[in-house]
Design a protein around this ligand. Structure first.
Ligand SMILES: Cc1cc2nc3c(=O)[nH]c(=O)nc-3n(C[C@H](O)[C@H](O)[C@H](O)COP(=O)(O)OP(=O)(O)OC[C@H]3O[C@@H](n4cnc5c(N)ncnc54)[C@H](O)[C@@H]3O)c2cc1C
Length: 313
């Protein structure tokens, strides 16, 4: 029977493992954390409508239910040619006919990022956003800035939607608490037309929403640094901020750099339309690890994992 090693326990890895198990294929999944985190619902954590625990599913429960093997230990090395995977504790995994790379992505690092929190970063950051927002509400006033960055090498690696969603959530939350007028809310992004991929009409609607909700906007200038009390821009302007939420654009996962796999300029694994990697038989890349050029539906990570799993099966 074919044995498949899945690297990563996010949407892509878990979907791949479940689908492969349905085909009665033996699967081992490796994850650096012991839970599957439902990222899209995390936008409700900072406003206290849900918690990290509510939107996390223990991987051992999923493993038991679907019958895959689970190893919780970070992957530290992937040698694609020999299909050898090394884990942090020194264990080497080899002899798998197939490897599915579903490690997600890293984020571009900017100067002073330690002064920001991201809703798309480590799950703990969403909880930290909740705590910081609550502390500001207790003080009864404050300045909050939320935005996202670009990746000149791959526009599809930009994640802007959650910044807009969270900003509107926070606006409503402050209103409900009766303190909205004491807070300054600002949206920022370095590109001149952030959210452009939603279409020109959406940009006009967004602007009128900002105006209606009294949300300031700062766009079109490169971010030079995040500092303790705000954000500095190339045009020498500065946004004052007590709480900065910043979603940095994605870049390829660090493990991939030494893997020998073909990578795009932005560091994502180059695949064909079957999620195969040319020249590396039996290795597939899915979800945010892959550079899925072309298909309109490329953001549908679960679907992409399913396409890949069908091909393996
Ligand atoms: C707030 C928010 C809203 C979103 N809304 C949408 C939406 O509406 N629609 C949509 O399509 N997408 C949305 N996304 C994006 C979507 O969540 C991601 O594209 C998706 O999570 C990617 O899945 P993935 O499995 O490829 O990567 P990830 O979810 O990042 O999973 C990667 C997994 O690999 C593990 N891992 C990383 N490094 C290692 C290592 N060295 N060793 C072992 N394991 C490792 C991680 O712990 C993680 O579990 C949203 C994201 C956020 C944050």
């Amino acid at each position: 029977m074919s044995r498949v090693l899945v690297l990563g326990g996010g949407f892509a890895g878990v979907e791949a493992a479940i689908y492969l198990r349905k085909q009665k294929i033996e699967v081992t999944l490796v994850s650096d954390r012991d839970y599957f985190y439902i990222y899209p619902t995390s936008i409700w954590i900072p406003t206290g409508e849900t918690t990290k625990e509510d939107i996390s599913v223990p991987l051992d429960k999923l493993a038991m239910k679907h019958g895959f093997q689970l190893i919780v230990d970070p992957v530290t090395k992937l040698d694609a040619k020999s299909k050898r995977v090394t884990l942090e504790n020194g264990r080497v995994l080899e002899g798998y006919a197939y490897i599915v790379v579903a490690l997600g992505q890293d984020k571009i690092q900017h100067k002073g990022m330690e002064h920001t929190l991201s809703i798309c970063g480590k799950p703990e950051e969403a909880t930290a956003l909740y705590e910081k927002l609550d502390a500001l509400i207790l003080k009864d006033h404050g300045k909050i800035a939320m935005g996202f960055g670009g990746n000149p090498k791959d526009s599809s690696a930009v994640r802007g939607g959650p910044a807009f969603e969270l900003l509107f959530n926070v606006h409503n939350y402050l209103k409900k608490k009766g303190v909205r007028d004491n807070f300054e809310l600002t949206f920022f992004a370095p590109m001149p037309k952030p959210g452009q991929k939603m279409g020109e009409k959406a940009l006009v609607m967004m602007d009128s929403m900002f105006e209606k909700l009294n949300i300031h906007k700062k766009v079109g200038s490169k971010i030079t640094a995040f500092v303790k009390d705000g954000i500095e821009f190339e045009d020498k302007s500065k946004i004052a901020s007590d709480l900065t939420m910043f979603i940095s654009a994605g870049t390829g996962h660090g493990i991939l750099r030494e893997s020998g796999l073909p990578l795009s300029d932005a560091g994502f694994i180059v695949t064909n339309e079957y999620n195969e990697i040319e020249g590396f038989e039996g290795i597939y890349a899915v979800g945010d690890s892959a550079s899925l050029l072309g298909p309109e539906w490329r953001a549908k990570q679960g679907h992409v994992a399913e396409v890949m799993a069908k091909n393996v099966a």
